[in-house]
Design a protein around this ligand. Structure first.
Ligand SMILES: O=C(O)CCC(=O)C(=O)O
Ligand SMILES: [Fe+2]
Length: 342
């Protein structure tokens, strides 16, 4: 993994008033978003499913269908307090928009180790010629508690650290509930997927996508599937997250207080490919900054991941080996999980 030791952040280009994108951020023609967001919203593309978690009569069927056909969907009536969702977005935005560059760089991540905690811009950089994402982020190591050191999190807003702690707990509860329902939807014992993952290693990443002068040439976040088990995302009303379905990029339209669920690679292995991890990316916007908060739930690095039903279609893998290979090769599409197929 080649990591730049510098402290460049995308937001600083925008604040400097640059009207063209620096060359390292320009995607090759085949990965550029084909049209800008405004045009895409007018198209009649299928919408990703929205599932009401309080509807006990239909939740298993709806989840099963959405996991099988999409690997990504939104949930409503999820029992996470709505004011906590608003609070998490507020403190995240405060860090990016109200703190000075010096205050932010005081929390810079260690650019020499992958997925290190803190403020950064180059999470998915696998080599010197990787095209860079038009994104800045703050990554928090939240669970298990032995990994947590809240002193590494911003303190400029007095409720920042408490909000991240409360949010972490609620996201973990929701992720467990979803994994229970997802296992049940396959006719598996309720705990089978959660047991297959073991204790959650949770990271919470606030992503900030500054306005981009040339959105047709860039990506906020390159195409990838998430490496762990299940990701929960909240976003503001700007839009930009897209899911790859049958060769088309489908926007995950903003829905107030909904939580986006993305199945990640380890769930694909444990469900033996019955449910697939979703390939997704984020596009940029010419006029508006976009904020999202992703909560990743991963296994311990020592955990052996294997199908919970058979005959197995994937080799078993030590999660730490999968993780190292993902960060060495880069995420590009799903080529990492494809190497495990039997
Ligand atoms: O910003 C988003 O909506 C997506 C973020 C994401 O996919 C990630 O951080 O892995
Ligand atoms: Fe992702």
């Amino acid at each position: 993994m080649a990591l730049a030791g510098n402290k460049i952040r995308v937001q600083s280009f925008v604040q400097d008033g640059k009207m063209v994108v620096p060359p390292q951020y320009i995607q090759p023609p085949d990965t550029r978003p084909s049209q800008n967001l405004e045009k895409r919203i007018d198209q009649h593309l299928p919408a990703a499913p929205v599932i009401d978690l309080s509807d006990v009569n239909s939740v298993h069927e709806e989840l099963g269908k959405s996991c099988r056909e999409w690997g990504a969907f939104q949930v409503i009536n999820h029992e996470v307090p709505l004011e906590l969702l608003d609070g998490m977005m507020r403190v995240g935005r405060y860090f990016f928009e109200d703190c000075t560059v010096e205050q932010k760089l005081g929390y810079a991540c260690d650019s020499n180790s992958p997925a290190s905690e803190g403020y950064g811009s180059r999470m998915l950089v696998s080599s010197n010629d990787t095209v860079l994402d038009w994104r800045d982020y703050f990554d928090h190591h939240t669970l298990p508690l032995s990994r947590r050191n809240a002193l590494k999190w911003p303190h400029f807003s007095s409720d920042y650290r408490n909000t991240v702690s409360d949010f972490s707990e609620q996201m973990s509860i929701l992720a467990q509930k979803l994994l229970r329902f997802i296992a049940e939807s396959l006719g598996l014992p309720s705990a089978s997927i959660k047991d297959g993952i073991g204790e959650f290693y949770q990271n919470i990443t606030v992503s900030y996508y500054p306005p981009c002068p040339q959105p047709e040439l860039t990506l906020g976040l390159q195409s990838h599937s998430d490496i762990g088990a299940i990701t929960l995302i909240i976003q503001d009303d700007v839009g930009g997250l897209e899911i790859l379905k049958n060769g088309e990029w489908i926007p995950m339209n903003p829905l107030p207080h909904a939580i986006i669920v993305i199945l990640a690679d380890q769930t694909e292995i444990i469900t033996n490919g019955e449910y697939k991890s979703a390939v997704h990316r984020a596009i940029t916007n010419a006029k508006k900054a976009r904020l999202s908060v992703s909560s990743f739930h991963d296994p311990a690095k020592t955990k052996i991941i294997q199908p919970a039903l058979g005959p197995p279609k994937y080799q078993k893998v030590v999660y730490g080996d999968y993780y190292s290979s993902w960060y060495t090769k880069g995420p590009e599409g799903k080529r990492n999980i494809d190497t495990l197929r039997l």
